[in-house]
Design a protein around this ligand. Structure first.
Ligand SMILES: [Zn+2]
Ligand SMILES: [Zn+2]
Ligand SMILES: [Zn+2]
Length: 89
C-alpha cells in the first residue's frame, strides 16, 4: 500500500471485499443503512456514520480492529480509526 498513511494501512497487502453487500448487524435488527464499510481485520461489513446505527464505528471501538475499506462499488479507499488516516488504493 503506497502513501504511508499509517502502519495499519501499510500492513494491508490485499483489501478484503465485502462478503455480502449488507450490514452484518443491521440485518439482525432490521436496521437501515446508507453506506457500507468492510473491516480489514475480520472481513465483517458494517454501516457508515451516516447510517442510524453506525455499526462500522461501533465495531472498530468494540474490537480495536483499526482499518475499514469502503464497500461501495467504485470506491477504493481505506480508513484507520486510531490514526484518523485515509488512503486511496
Ligand atoms: Zn493506523
Ligand atoms: Zn448497521
Ligand atoms: Zn473487524
Amino acid at each position: 500500500m503506497s502513501g504511508g498513511a499509517c502502519s495499519h494501512i501499510e500492513a494491508i497487502e490485499s483489501v478484503k471485499p465485502p462478503k455480502k453487500h449488507v450490514c452484518d448487524e443491521c440485518v439482525k435488527i432490521g436496521g437501515q443503512w446508507v453506506h457500507l464499510r468492510t473491516c480489514q481485520k475480520c472481513g465483517g461489513t458494517h454501516c457508515c456514520d451516516s447510517s442510524p446505527n453506525r455499526h462500522a464505528t461501533k465495531h472498530a471501538k468494540a474490537t480495536s480492529h483499526p482499518v475499514i475499506a469502503s464497500a461501495e462499488p467504485g470506491e477504493r479507499w481505506l480508513y484507520c480509526y486510531p490514526d484518523d488516516a485515509f488512503a486511496e488504493y
